[in-house]
Structures are given as C-alpha cells and as structure tokens.
Design a protein around this ligand. Structure first.
Ligand code: TPP
Length: 323
C-alpha cells in the first residue's frame, strides 16, 4: 500500500515551515533597516529540518537549540509574537527583552533555549534526558547543532556519556555546509557526520534535510528508538545555509550563483509543495492560504512588538539569577 500521512500533520507541518519562512524574511528586512538591536542568524532554507524533527515530538519533550534558533522555536510551537517582541528588546518578549535573538526559551513547550555558544547545548539536552530517565517518564530530548559545532570537544563528551548511560537524546546535526565563513570539509574529518556514531556504538543516519518527508520518517525512527530506552541516536540532515552566516554578512567566501542554484533547485518549502500536490494530499489553495496567514501573523507580531514598552530601568538586574 502506498505510504501516506495524516492530513492534519501535513497542514501543521506546512503552517510551521511557512511561518518560519515569513518570520525570517521579515526579520531580515527589519534588521537591515536598522530596526533591531544585536545580531541575528536566519534559518531560511532549513525549515524542513526543525519541522520534520519536531513534528514527531510531544509538547513535553525537550529541544535545545543554537544561535540559528528561530526555526526550532517555531517548530516546537513557540509564540511568534513573543519571539518578535524579544528581538525588539521589548518587555513583552520571551525574556522580557533581555535575551534577544540567540536566547529565546519557552519551558512550557520544552524549548530549553537557543544558545549563542557553539556546541554548548549538547549537555543541556543530555541533562534534560537524564532527568527524564531518573523520573521514569518517556520524554526525549533533542540537541540541534551545526556541522561546525560537531567538531567541538563537547560533542564527544556528551555523546559518549549519553551512550554509556543510555540516555534518551536525539543528536540532530543540521549539516548546512558552512560554519560561518568555512566550508565544512576544510575542518571536518568525515564526509558524513553521521559516521561518527560508530565511534560511540550508537546508530547514525543521514538523510536529505531539504525533504520534509525524509526528515520526518528518519526522525520518527530515531525518536522511537530513543524513547524505547535503547540510548542516543545521531541523525544528520543535509541542507544548505541560504542566507549569510548572520544578517549583514558580506558573504565574500562564496558566489551568489552557488547560493541561487541551491535555493532554486532545492528549496524545502517548494519540495514539500511539489510532493503534496503530486500526491494530491493538499491543495494549492490550502497552502496559499497558510502562506498568507503566516505573513499576516508576522506583520501583526511586528506591529505589536513596535508598540510594546521596553523593560523598565528598575528591571535591569532582574531575572538573571535564581533566588
Ligand atoms: C564556542 C564558540 N566558538 C565560536 C563562536 C563563533 N561562531 C558563532 S556561529 C559559528 C559557526 C557555527 O557553525 P555551525 O555549527 O555549522 O552552525 P551554522 O551557523 O552553520 O548553523 C561560530 C564559529 C561561538 N559563538 N561560540
């Protein structure tokens, strides 16, 4: 029998991917117009990775993210308006405007936080997985990271310990071919980062990260494995970083043609639309409406963020330390 997917799952996945695209496109525009403080890194072109993985998670499962974290937040169900307000540094933002783009967290949906320190998130996910194991719940934790981060020592420490203690962690490498200005093969010893799983005696797999269905199926298999108590799993998603490393990056290290070629031929949102239309799982009208809804939501988020107050000066030292 031909494989099929639940219609609600497809609608929700498309809604999240198109919301990420709309959010990131707007953030780029307003950041370049000088409206936003700080630094920001966009997830455009990687939407199928976060959404394909998180579509398999429960609300109380955990994820931890990176400096490129907006997509992971939306994929896990974060509130786009609170995210936008946070980028504007406003009181109504997730961290009352004190965290910004790289520190969005929402414990109510298991989103443990984006992280500006490359490779620092592995052990947060591992700690959440250890806690879940000790509590005896069936929760799992996902650690998202880039190919550059896979070369940090923290990767070895975390995967080794998670393997020894059989912790329910899914390590998801988003191999977008660049670590800042560096093409990954100049700093990475293996073609497939998933091969590193052998060194820890755990399963590893790589799939096309621009194909929602490949990601969803592989993540399902991996999450079932991890949830069953067998230990961690390493999943590598091959994708491409369409935008500069950060908004404003002059991108002197690659050509516009290279980027264009990837975006034209392998855009995860176009790939999704092509598949669901060919299979007649969703209609153009259903998806066009969601594109428009996503853009409207983001515009509303911008308006509300602009109108929101900055945190009061008296709050300067609040929320930094636990009592
Ligand atoms: C410990 C540490 N080293 C260096 C940096 C500077 N830095 C920020 S992002 C980045 C590249 C990360 O590349 P990758 O892990 O592949 O993620 P991507 O940006 O491609 O999503 C670097 C070197 C940092 N933030 N933290």
């Amino acid at each position: 029998m031909e494989k099929t997917y639940d219609k609600n799952l497809l609608l929700e996945a498309y809604r999240k991917m198109t919301t990420i695209r709309a959010y990131e496109s707007k953030v780029e525009e307003i950041f370049l117009a000088g409206e936003l403080p700080g630094f920001t890194h966009l997830y455009i072109g990687e939407e199928a990775c976060g959404v394909g993985v998180c579509s398999n998670l429960n609300n109380d499962d955990y994820i931890e993210s990176t400096h490129r974290g907006h997509g992971h937040c939306i994929a896990k169900g974060a509130d786009v308006k609170k995210m936008m307000a946070e980028l504007y540094g406003k009181e109504t933002g997730y961290c009352h405007g004190k965290g910004g783009s790289m520190h969005i967290a929402d414990f109510s949906i298991g989103m443990l936080g984006a992280n500006g320190v490359v490779g620092a998130g592995y052990n947060l996910a591992m700690g959440a997985a250890l806690a879940a194991k000790l509590r005896g719940t069936k929760q799992v934790a996902v650690a998202f990271f880039g190919d550059g981060a896979s070369n940090r020592g923290t990767f070895h420490e975390s995967v080794n310990m998670a393997a020894v203690w059989k912790l329910p962690v899914l390590y998801v490498c988003e191999m977008n071919q660049w670590a800042s200005t560096t093409p990954y093969l100049t700093t990475t010893s293996v073609k497939d980062i998933s091969d590193r799983a052998h060194g820890y005696g755990i399963p590893g797999k790589h799939v096309n990260g621009n194909d929602f269905f490949a990601v969803y199926d592989a993540a399902k298999e991996a999450i079932d494995y991890v949830r069953s108590g067998k230990g961690p799993y390493l999943l590598e998603l091959k994708t491409y970083r369409i935008k500069g490393h950060y908004v404003g990056d002059p991108e002197k290290y690659r050509t516009k043609e290279e980027v264009q070629e990837h975006f034209q031929n392998d855009d995860p949102i176009k790939n999704f639309r092509k598949t669901v239309l060919a299979k007649k799982w969703l209609t153009e009208e259903e998806m066009d409406k969601m594109d428009q809804d996503a853009k409207d939501l983001v515009l509303e988020a911008v308006k509300e963020a602009e109108a929101a107050p900055y945190p009061d000066e008296s709050e300067l030292m609040q929320n930094y330390y636990c009592e």
